[in-house]
Design a protein around this ligand. Structure first.
Ligand SMILES: NC(=O)c1ccc[n+]([C@@H]2O[C@H](COP(=O)([O-])OP(=O)(O)OC[C@H]3O[C@@H](n4cnc5c(N)ncnc54)[C@H](OP(=O)(O)O)[C@@H]3O)[C@@H](O)[C@H]2O)c1
Length: 345
C-alpha cells in the first residue's frame, strides 16, 4: 500500500543558510552556473576568483559583482577573507587543486567526480581530516528537495526491498569538448557516469560483482558503457554515452513500489511512485536545471557553520564508494589514465 501522499522535502530555504565567503577556483562552464545560482538564491558572498590568468579572473570577477581577482589558484587560496573554495577545474586537477586549498586551511566543495579514483578521494579526505576542514563532492543531486523526498521513501521502507536500479545518461558532445580529450581524463564515465553509479550505490550499497562493456569514441577515448552491478538481492543496469542523446531517466524498483524519475533524473523535475497494484503518486516541480545548484552551496554553508567536516547528504565514504565502483568499471573495460598524457599543472 502506498502512503496517502508523498513526504514533504525537509530541505531548508537556501536564503536562510549562514553567509560564507566563497572563493571560486576555475572560471569555466560549471563555475558560471554555480555563481549565478548562488547569487540568485542565497546570501552567500562570492569573495574572490582564481584563474590561470589574471585577465580571465578579472573578467569573471567583473561578471560576478566585483570579487577579488587572482591570476593564480595559489593566490586565491591564500586570501584570508575566503572561507570556502569551490573547485571547478577538469577532473584530473581536482585532487591537486583541493590539496592546495586544504593546505591553506580552506574548506572545499569539489566538483564531481572528486578525483580520478577512489584512492584520490581517500587522499583528499585524509588531508581534509588532518587539516580539520570541511570536504564534500559537489554531487548536487543529493542536495535537491526532490532527492530528499526519495531519501524519505527509501528510509521509510515504502519501496519494500529494493530489487533494481536502472539508470542512463547520454549526451552528444562536439568534437572539441573536453570530454573527448585524453589529457583531461575524458570519456563518459567520470563526467556523466558518476550520476547513475552514484544512484545505484546510494540505493543498493557496494556491489559484489561489477561488469561492463564499452565501445570507443576515438582511438584514445571511450564512447559508451553498459554496466551491470550485482548485489546479493539486487541488480543495477546502467548506461552512459557521450555519443548520443539518450533518455537520461532512472528507475528504483522495489518489492512493494517503484520510483520512476523522468529526464533528467539527476536534476530537478518530476518523478512517480507506483505501487504493486498500480496506485500512483506524483512529485512535480519545475525543471530548472543548473539554477538549482544553490541547494548544495546552502548545504555546505550550513554544515561549515555547524562545525561539521562533511555533509550527511554526500558523505566522503559514499564518494569513495562511487569511485571504487568506477575504478572496477574501468578495470573491466580497460580504461586507464595515462600519467604521461595527463599533465597535472
Ligand atoms: N555539477 C554539474 O552539473 C557539472 C556540470 C558540468 C561540469 N561539472 C564538472 O565540473 C568540472 C569542470 O567542468 P566544466 O564543464 O566547467 O569545464 P570547463 O568549462 O572546461 O572549465 C574548466 C576550467 O578549469 C580551468 N582549468 C585549469 N586547468 C585547465 C586545463 N588544463 N584545461 C582546461 N581548463 C583548465 C579553467 O579555468 P581558468 O582558465 O579560469 O583557470 C577552465 O575554465 C568537471 O570536473 C566536470 O565534471 C559538473
Amino acid at each position: 500500500m502506498l502512503p496517502r501522499s508523498l513526504p514533504v522535502p525537509r530541505t531548508p530555504d537556501s536564503q536562510t543558510a549562514p553567509r560564507l565567503r566563497w572563493g571560486i577556483l576555475g572560471t569555466g562552464w560549471i563555475a558560471e552556473q554555480f555563481v549565478r545560482s548562488l547569487q540568485r538564491h542565497t546570501r552567500q558572498v562570492v569573495q574572490a576568483v582564481g584563474s590561470r590568468t589574471l585577465p580571465t579572473a578579472q573578467r569573471a570577477a567583473d561578471r560576478w559583482g566585483g570579487a577579488t581577482a587572482y591570476g593564480s589558484y595559489a593566490g586565491l587560496v591564500a586570501d584570508p577573507r575566503v572561507d570556502v573554495v569551490y573547485i571547478a577545474t577538469p577532473h584530473h586537477l581536482h585532487l591537486p587543486n583541493a590539496l592546495l586549498a586544504i593546505e591553506a586551511g580552506k574548506h572545499v566543495l569539489v566538483e564531481k567526480p572528486i578525483g580520478l579514483s577512489a584512492d584520490e578521494a581517500r587522499t583528499m579526505h585524509h588531508a581534509a581530516r588532518t587539516a580539520g576542514v570541511f570536504c564534500m563532492e559537489a554531487l548536487w543531486t543529493l542536495c535537491l528537495p526532490k532527492y530528499d523526498v526519495i531519501r524519505q521513501l527509501l528510509t521509510d521502507g515504502v519501496l519494500g526491498e529494493p530489487t533494481a536500479v536502472l539508470a542512463d545518461i547520454g549526451e552528444a558532445f562536439a568534437a572539441d569538448h573536453r570530454i573527448l580529450r585524453p589529457d583531461l581524463a575524458g570519456g563518459p564515465l567520470l563526467d556523466l557516469g558518476t550520476y547513475p553509479v552514484m544512484l545505484a550505490t546510494w540505493v543498493l550499497g557496494d556491489p559484489d560483482i561489477v561488469q561492463a562493456v564499452g565501445t570507443a569514441a576515438t582511438t584514445t577515448i571511450n564512447g559508451q558503457l553498459a554496466i551491470t552491478l550485482h548485489s546479493p538481492n539486487a541488480v543495477a543496469a546502467l548506461h552512459t554515452t557521450l555519443q548520443a542523446v539518450t533518455p537520461t531517466t532512472a528507475v528504483i524498483a522495489g518489492s512493494e513500489a517503484t520510483i520512476s524519475i523522468e529526464r533528467f533524473f539527476y536534476r530537478t523535475g518530476p518523478f512517480a511512485l507506483t505501487g504493486r497494484d498500480g496506485a500512483r503518486l506524483e512529485f512535480d516541480e519545475p525543471a530548472v536545471d543548473h539554477d538549482a545548484l544553490h541547494f548544495e552551496a546552502a548545504e555546505v554553508a550550513r554544515c561549515i557553520a555547524d562545525g561539521q567536516t562533511g555533509s550527511p547528504l554526500r558523505p566522503m565514504a559514499d564518494t569513495v564508494r562511487t569511485l571504487a565502483v568506477m575504478d572496477r568499471i574501468r578495470e573491466a573495460v580497460g580504461i586507464t589514465f595515462d600519467e604521461a598524457i595527463i599533465a597535472r599543472r
